[in-house]
Design a protein around this ligand. Structure first.
Ligand code: AGP
Length: 618
């Protein structure tokens, strides 16, 4: 069983590119059978990804029927009358642009009700396109970026659906997987750019979907589309072509996964899948935000200090955030665990309060946000869930775009919280004139490189797997770091204790000698974060302090380091980055370490004992 799971785990690593996270689910079917039940069945297979609304459009002789609803697919089904027809598309939506409402659910139809379209991804230039379409008389029914596409298709004078879609895609920027149907035509045109799309080949019927999971009950023969490729499917045929309409052929692949494997895209656990989705999650969280195309729109008013609150991993992100914000904006920043906030005396005059919660539903953080308001403070929420409770409590909201996180251990939501804090720091630094234009440019370029940097850490997951085999029997471990990597050490320790049940304790490296050294012995490994920055020499001193007590040191350093190997028992190097960003690759390495420790110890990784994903009690 263990060998089995490891084999699958490697398979997961190979498929990492294909399984980066996308926020919504797409299904399309055309054949000779009634489409409605087949499509809904495929859509249900995508439920594990999380979603907040769903919709379906069916083409039947001379008609296009549409039904959308918020909530579960079961709610949609309960409202559906039989929609007869053999071609259709459907969607599950995880809201990013616009609230989770029926109006914002997909599919979208054009003004005349001739075309229906579903879209995954984010169009970065939709606003000017929408303005022009409105000027030309188009009526929009949603707040989404996606709806522009269907109105543009309506306007296109190209002769057929395929050419209309291609002409529209030439005008849009951003990420997309789309599927489009047209009244009176048994065909689906679909295309992708930076959002996955797979074609399912059946007998006298064909499919498109954002995820093979959706298709496995009906076919295991698939063709993967790559970026800037498109397809037209009919019941009897599949035509693939690039965005210039140039045809190509690609041999179908046979998929051997069962449905359960497929929900995790071949990964043995959601946690590993989510760790591997981080390059994509960072990319999505940055999309449009570094080039000013998309502003987090808030006016923060007057304040002289900042207070960051959160619980668990979100609190650890806040601790990193303190350093980020102070460095970039020079605004004094303090942090507090949400459940302690109410007990703190009101000493600062109305700080801006930043509430971090991936779920947006954590009772302690909601209570702290209310308390902050009572104290007359403005609040900003950093959350991953659109429309969650914190978004109603806070004055302003910054969304992370990690997509649904299913594993109890927070991984990609932590990293995207850091991204939000970098963006917030940049914004505050600009407002306060605390950052030179040269440093601003440097930071932007470092941030753009982060998906690649994280991918490179992931490519070295095998090394962490070996380290975990070596240290799997430890009862207790220390994690030490300084400055920005002190909170990284806390987060590494939290991940380790949460899923591997090894007692992990994060410590500021300089504090070891003030007590914890008493616990060190050859059976107590110490993970020492030795980033190539101003903390390095002192960290080397701490590493020696530890090895002198016979504790094995696992040093996390940066590429090019020649010295760590002289002192540490084991060394894991991540790519070198500007010191402000070092927590990002380093935490990814520690997540992998915690994960593989838990694998070695046979722990129930996605659902650790006694812990819930969302803690709604104080
Ligand atoms: C992290 O792995 C934990 N599951 C936990 O510490 C979590 O971060 C905490 O409960 C806060 O959750 P929130 O971000 O949804 O508020």
């Amino acid at each position: 069983m263990e060998a089995e799971s490891r084999r699958t785990c490697r398979q997961g690593q190979f498929t990492a590119e294909r399984t980066w996270l996308y926020l919504c689910g797409i299904v399309g079917f055309t054949g000779n059978r009634e489409a409605q039940e087949i499509i809904l069945d495929c859509l249900r297979r995508l439920e594990y990804r999380g979603y907040d609304s769903a919709g379906i459009a069916i083409i039947s002789k001379g008609r296009l029927t549409l039904k959308k609803s918020i909530g579960e697919i079961a709610v949609l089904e309960s409202q559906l009358e039989t929609m007869s027809g053999t071609t259709g598309i459907a969607h599950t939506r995880w809201a990013t642009h616009g609230r989770p409402t029926t109006e914002n659910a997909h599919p979208f139809i054009d003004c005349k009700g001739e075309y229906a379209l579903v879209h995954n991804g984010i169009l970065t230039n939709y606003l000017p396109l929408k303005e022009q379409l409105i000027k030309r008389g188009h009526k929009f029914t949603s707040e989404t970026d996606s709806e522009v596409l269907v109105h543009m298709i309506e306007e296109s004078t190209a002769p057929d659906l395929k050419s209309k879609v291609l002409s529209v895609l030439k005008q849009v920027e951003g990420s997309y997987a789309i599927a489009v149907v047209r009244k009176g035509h048994d065909e689906i045109v679909a295309a992708r750019n930076e959002s996955p799309l797979v074609i399912g080949i059946g007998h006298d019927e064909n499919f498109v979907a954002s995820d093979i999971t959706a298709l496995l009950k009906h076919t295991n023969e698939v063709v993967y589309l790559l970026d800037k490729e498109a397809v037209r499917i009919t019941p009897g045929g599949v035509e693939t072509f690039d965005l210039n309409g140039v045809a190509f052929t690609r041999a179908p692949k046979k998929i051997s996964w069962n449905i359960e494997d497929a929900e995790r895209s071949g990964y043995p656990h959601f946690m590993l899948k989510e760790i591997f989705e981080q390059p994509r999650a960072i990319h999505e969280s940055l999309l449009g935000r570094l080039d000013g195309q998309e502003e987090d729109n808030f006016f923060m008013g007057q304040f002289n200090s900042i207070k960051i609150i959160g619980c668990g991993t979100s609190y650890n992100a806040g601790l990193v955030g303190k350093y980020i914000i102070e460095e970039l904006s020079k605004i004094p920043t303090t942090t507090q665990i949400s459940s302690e906030y109410r007990y703190s005396p009101v000493t600062e005059s109305k700080p801006l309060v930043v509430c971090i919660t991936q779920s947006g539903e954590t009772a302690d953080t909601l209570a702290a946000a209310r308390e902050a308001k009572k104290r007359g403070c403005k609040t900003i929420a950093i959350t991953n869930v659109l429309g969650s409770a914190i978004t109603r409590e806070a004055d302003f909201v910054m969304y992370t775009r990690a997509g649904p996180e299913i594993g109890v251990a927070a991984t990609k939501t932590f990293v995207t919280q850091l991204i939000a804090l970098y963006l917030l720091g940049l914004k505050l630094g600009t407002i306060k004139n605390a950052i030179s234009s040269e440093r601003y440019r440097e930071i932007v370029s470092e941030m753009r490189a982060l998906p690649r940097i994280v991918q490179s850490v992931l490519n070295d997951a095998g090394t962490m797997e070996s380290l975990a085999k070596k240290y799997k029997c430890a009862q207790s471990m220390f994690f030490i770091g300084r400055h920005l990597n002190y909170p990284t050490s806390l987060e590494g320790a939290l991940k380790t204790k949460e899923i591997s049940y090894i007692h992990g304790e994060g410590y500021p490296a300089g504090e070891l000698k003030h007590g914890p050294l008493a616990l060190l012995s050859k059976d107590t490994p110490v993970v020492a974060i030795c980033a190539a920055d101003h903390t390095y020499e002192k960290m080397l001193g701490n590493v020696r302090e530890v090895t002198a007590r016979d504790s094995p040191v696992i040093a996390i350093g940066m590429e090019g380091d020649q010295d760590l190997g002289k002192y540490a028992e084991d060394v894991f190097l991540v790519p070198k980055v500007d010191s402000l960003f070092s927590p990002v690759p380093i935490i990814v390495a520690l997540q992998l370490f915690a994960y593989y420790l838990a694998i070695e110890r046979g722990c129930p990784i996605d659902k650790p004992r006694n812990i819930a994903k969302t803690v709604t009690v104080e």
